[in-house]
Write a protein that binds this ligand. Structure first.
Ligand SMILES: [Zn+2]
Length: 317
């Protein structure tokens, strides 16, 4: 893997503009392209995105990006069954796995890394903030989730073995080039996204938005999450396809829905009557089911109510 580019602590418009310039060139008429632009166009057409969905016990996506002569996987699902099936799909495609990219340190995205890379010597890539949190919190996640998922909770959990920084260009061969964006605390304690460098604007954005499903907010960074959404709304082109961690792909316009979801949740927590904490929590869940009338990932939102009530100081011990 070659790694070039500028290191910055926040999302840099310049890096993004540069990648978009390449994408725009790639979209113009092939006969007028320079060598570099033709390469960009070729790269786009050489890439296939495979969405892999863990269905049980709850929906989580991982992705296989298929380039001309290799594959990159984004995230690894949670369960033993799903992560092994993801690996089987990698093997079926018959091209070498060049790398695995990890968007954020939640178990439904990293716990399957051991199964996905079993027997292979491949870089597992994450920004250092994502890697640090995954390693730090694994003991605690293990205690919680081994009880919750039993035999389906992978015992062979591993972590990223290569750290990358904001703005770095990752090159795993034709059709497999990505720019890293270090987001910081948002849906999790540390989020990142990977912008694919190709003909069509597309990015792998982890859980920065949930596809019409309830959200996990128990890491308690909703204000930072809302700020990250504002930043991305400003920067991402409106036709960029965002491959998200739960649900079907969206475009940046959908980020407004996620922002509203966070806002409704905050309001519901603030307006609840906390003199009876159980009734207060139930009223928040009811309000959110009014806003999003389904039960998809409802348990993640339910887990989030009390931590946020404490942050907002409406619920005191
Ligand atoms: Zn997730």
């Amino acid at each position: 893997m070659s790694s070039t580019g500028k290191h910055t602590n926040k999302i840099s418009r310049r890096t993004f503009a540069k990648s978009m310039a390449a994408a725009t060139l790639g979209a113009t008429n092939g006969t007028a392209l320079t060598g570099a632009a033709q390469a960009a166009a070729d790269q786009g057409s050489e890439t296939t995105i495979h969405r892999f969905e863990q269905g049980v016990p709850f929906p989580v996506n991982a992705y296989i990006i298929e380039g001309q002569d290799g594959l990159v996987v984004v995230d690894s699902t949670l369960t033993v069954t799903a992560s092994k099936a993801l690996r089987a799909e990698v093997d079926e495609l018959g091209k070498p796995l060049r790398a695995v990219l990890l968007t954020h340190p939640h178990p439904d995205h990293y716990a399957g890394l051991g199964n996905v890379t079993e027997g292979l010597d491949v870089p597992i890539v994450a920004v250092s903030g994502v890697n640090d949190v995954a390693r730090r919190d694994d003991v605690q996640k293990n205690e919680l989730l081994s009880g919750m998922f039993g035999d389906e909770w992978p015992q062979n959990r591993i972590f990223a073995n290569q750290s990358v920084a904001d703005g770095e260009l990752l090159d795993f061969g034709p059709g497999l080039r990505f720019t890293v964006r270090d987001i910081g605390p948002a849906e999790s304690h540390h989020d990142s996204i990977f912008i694919h460098e190709g003909e069509r604007p597309q990015a792998f954005v982890g859980d920065i938005a949930y596809g019409l499903m309830h959200a996990y907010m128990a890491d308690n960074h909703n204000p930072e999450w809302a700020r990250a959404i504002t930043l991305l709304q400003d920067e991402l082109p409106e036709d960029m396809v965002l491959y998200i961690g739960h649900g079907a792909p969206v475009t940046p316009g959908f980020l407004a829905w996620q922002d509203t979801y966070l806002d409704r949740f905050e309001t519901a927590v603030l307006e609840a009557d906390w003199s009876n904490p159980d009734a207060g929590a139930a009223s928040v869940v009811e309000a959110m089911q009014h806003f999003l009338p389904n039960e998809q990932l409802l348990f993640l939102m339910e887990l989030s109510v009390l931590p946020n009530a404490e942050r907002l100081t409406v619920l005191r011990e």
